[in-house]
Design a protein around this ligand. Structure first.
Ligand code: NAD
Length: 442
């Protein structure tokens, strides 16, 4: 396996990140530290969860269509696999760093534990702007990345999936490349594959659907009447679009939507189905699309501050920070992106009575159906769509109620409650080894 950076500095970054490199990861860790105040864990568990189990930095070198060679930085991080094989998507984005991938792998560990699926947490990424690549370059990049990390992944150890700017076609290339390298058929190594290559029905909209299941399960507890509830959605990709359309189907009023090119707002409502069509036909520019009333263009930052009931960040991390948390008017923030609210912003929102439904619960639908896909691949027996959706809803609703009850019992915010729920399961798995009791430790 070829390591891109073998110098001491990179190793230090991998094992114990230097301050300037590890902002996101440190922020992620703050949530754990807070949860430990409510649910003390044994020193064994704390040590086990301190650093990622392994981190790999690779150089993904490909030949471009014009004949030139180009290198892209790639990463794969396995955070913890005490509860089962590590699981986590692969992100393609120009801002991908080791710090970000570590934080994402950390969240995956807790996410799988919250919903009780038998996986640990991992994540991967390549620092690339996919809009600058042709389709053939994208395919070479994806296949070469798999070559570089092939020794680290596998159906029983570490199972990648899609994330931002990766999709089922890319998962298909990756799965095929892994099979070529290992000279066999291993459909369970990657989830989010096309149906014809062993994908699962219901995987495409699973994250948005799971978020919808969580919100709908809380309707009674939060006195939400869908027809009277205005929703703004930041990010209109896989997660944002499907959540918007499913909430729209359930009667919610989608009043604002944005993507990387900006957003659109109409207090009279927007039909997500026709907006998606418009987006595809207008080079992703949402402004000007027909809506129920009179629409206005809107920046991503303005969208966050709209007078809505539910705000759904479904794009990037660090969108709601200490700087804009006081301007959020929504009563509920449904975190479908990973890490859209910083730890500082959490405290401000909690004090202002804004309920943040945390990412590790709200967006766990994707990994849950990825788990279903893996089960189907490992057994070779495939399920009907209704079965997938029913099982997903059951898991999401059960986890939602457990987190809600823990929040009430511990009198804490919902994120801390979700971490407590996850810690209970992680502690159980780590302590089940029993070896601490060989020694007379406190
Ligand atoms: P995607 O690539 O399908 O869509 C991303 C969307 O975000 C696009 O609409 C893009 O235009 C928009 N976007 C990009 N930069 C933006 C910016 N600066 N401001 C506003 N919008 C911007 O990605 P996705 O799969 O929908 O993932 C979105 C988020 O959900 C990510 O945080 C991802 O980690 C998280 N997530 C995804 C899954 C999954 O199954 N795909 C599961 C759990 C969590």
């Amino acid at each position: 396996m070829e390591l891109m950076t073998t110098d001491a500095e990179q190793n230090a970054q991998t094992l114990e990140p230097a301050e300037e490199h590890d902002k996101l990861f440190r922020d992620a860790r703050r949530r754990l530290n807070k949860a430990i105040q409510y649910f003390p864990i044994s020193p064994d568990v704390e040590e086990q969860l301190k650093y990622p189990k392994s981190s790999l930095a690779v150089s993904v070198v490909i030949r471009m269509d014009n004949g030139a060679r180009r290198a892209f930085k790639g990463f794969r991080v396995r955070y913890d696999d005490s509860r089962g094989p590590a699981k986590g998507g692969i992100r393609y984005h120009q801002n991908v760093t080791l710090d970000e991938v570590m934080a994402l792998a950390f969240w995956m560990t807790f996410k799988c534990a919250v919903v009780g699926i038998p996986f640990g947490g991992a994540k991967g990424g390549i620092c690339v702007d996919t809009k600058e690549l042709t389709k053939t370059e994208l395919e070479r990049l994806s296949r070469t990345y798999i070559e570089m990390i092939a020794d680290m992944i596998g159906p029983e150890v570490d199972i990648p999936a899609p994330d931002m700017y990766t999709n089922e076609i890319i998962m298909g290339w990756m799965s095929d490349q892994y099979n070529r390298i290992k000279r066999g058929k291993y459909p369970g190594v990657i989830t989010g594959k096309p149906l014809s290559l062993g994908g699962s029905l219901g995987r495409t909209d699973a994250t948005g659907r799971g978020g919808m299941n969580v919100l709908r399960r809380l309707e009674e507890l939060l006195n939400i009447v869908p027809q009277e509830t205005k929703v703004a959605v930041q990010g209109f990709g896989n997660v944002g679009y499907h959540c918007a359309r499913l909430l729209h189907d359930a009667g919610y009023k989608i009043v604002a939507v944005s993507n990387s090119e900006g957003g659109i707002y109409d207090p009279d409502g927007i039909d997500p189905y026709s907006l998606k069509k418009w987006e595809q036909e207008h080079k992703e520019v949402l402004a000007g699309a027909p809506t129920n009333g009179t629409s206005q263009p809107m920046s991503n930052q303005e969208l966050l501050k709209l007078p809505v009931d539910v705000l759904v960040p479904a794009a990037l991390e660090n969108q709601i920070t200490a700087r804009n948390a006081k301007d959020i008017q929504a009563k509920v923030v449904l975190e479908l992106a990973n890490g859209p609210v910083t730890a500082d912003a959490d405290a401000i929102l909690h004090e202002r009575g804004v309920l943040v439904i945390p990412d590790i619960l709200a967006n766990a639908g994707g990994v849950t159906v990825s788990y279903f896909e893996w089960v189907q691949n490992q057994t070779g027996f495939y399920w009907e769509l209704e079965e997938v959706q029913e099982k997903l809803q059951k898991i999401m609703e059960k986890a939602t109620i457990s987190v809600w009850e823990t929040m009430t019992e511990y009198k804490c915010d919902m994120r801390t409650a979700a971490y407590v729920e996850a810690l209970k399961k992680l502690s159980g798995a780590i302590e089940a080894h029993g070896t601490r009791y060989y020694f007379n430790l406190p």
